[in-house]
Write a protein that binds this ligand. Structure first.
Ligand code: AP5
Ligand code: MG
Length: 221
């Protein structure tokens, strides 16, 4: 099962990817998490990416396509993968099409988590994240359930970066949905319920074994 999780900043991609990873035992490939790991490790890429993420802008298509190209070739992606945060631009979507084709794979489903902007702002301003494993938590959580680390605020969840992130999403990433809509791959999910309610809808869209047949796109925007 090869899945894309699509949605605005704070729509719950990471939260639902975590559920899908545990359920289907396939890797969760989160480009934002990969960039933050590079920043934390102080690599050349991390040094370049740090100010871009802090300002809520996008890292260049060339760099991001290179990252995904390397990652999807790893053997753990053979049984399937869940990509979260890529593609974010139409050129990235076109590059992914070519890459999966080259690898003899396809994209089975694009899960679109649709959440209104006021809720996105609320969620991002209160979000906590584990600096060790990157898992995200709602406000008020004390420590990471996986490794016990004290939770922190993400640098780009500070108010000055949140608006630019949503604006660039509307400008550059919304057209990506049309790219997949044309192929009938998009399952739109109302992302406003509880985490458990959304998980139920995501599982319904992908099927109990990740084998639900693709349905015609159901979009309200
Ligand atoms: P990335 O890390 O991908 O950030 P994002 O897309 O802005 O998304 P978030 O991780 O902020 O939100 P999410 O949808 O995962 O929500 P979450 O589950 O945490 O990218 C960061 C940056 O990296 C980008 O800005 C860019 O600079 C760069 N980058 C990455 N990929 C790139 C690319 N392809 N091209 C160029 N640049 C790239 O949930 C949010 C909060 O809400 C949490 O607190 C959670 O607990 C809570 N929550 C979740 N679901 C619910 C619910 N149903 N009800 C209530 N609360 C909920
Ligand atoms: Mg995320």
């Amino acid at each position: 099962m090869n899945l894309l999780l699509y949605g605005a900043p704070g729509s719950g991609k990471g939260t639902q990817a975590n559920m899908l990873r545990s359920r289907f035992s396939i890797p969760h490939i989160a480009t934002g998490d990969m960039l933050r790991a590079e920043i934390q490790a102080g690599t050349e890429l991390g040094r370049k990416a740090q100010p871009i993420l802090a300002e809520g802008k996008y890292v260049s298509d060339d760099i991001m396509i290179g990252i995904i190209r390397n990652r999807l070739r790893q053997p753990d992606c053979e049984p399937g993968f869940i990509i979260d945060g890529f593609p974010r631009t139409v050129p990235q979507a076109e590059a992914l099409d070519a890459l999966v084709d080259e690898l003899g794979k396809g994209i089975d489903r694009v899960i679109y988590l649709k959440v209104p902007v006021d809720q996105l702002l609320h969620r991002l301003s209160g979000r906590l994240v584990c600096p060790t494993c990157q898992r995200t938590y709602p406000p008020g959580t004390a420590a990471c359930e996986s490794d016990g680390s004290a939770l922190v605020q993400r640098e780009d969840d500070k108010p000055e970066a949140v608006r630019p992130r949503i604006e660039i999403y509307l400008e550059k990433t919304v057209p990506v949905l049309d790219h997949y809509d044309v192929e009938g791959l998009v399952s739109e999910i109302d992302g406003r319920g509880t985490i458990e309610e959304i998980s139920r809808q995501v599982l319904e869209a992908v099927g109990p074994n990740g084998t639900a047949p693709a349905k015609a796109a159901k979009r309200t925007t």
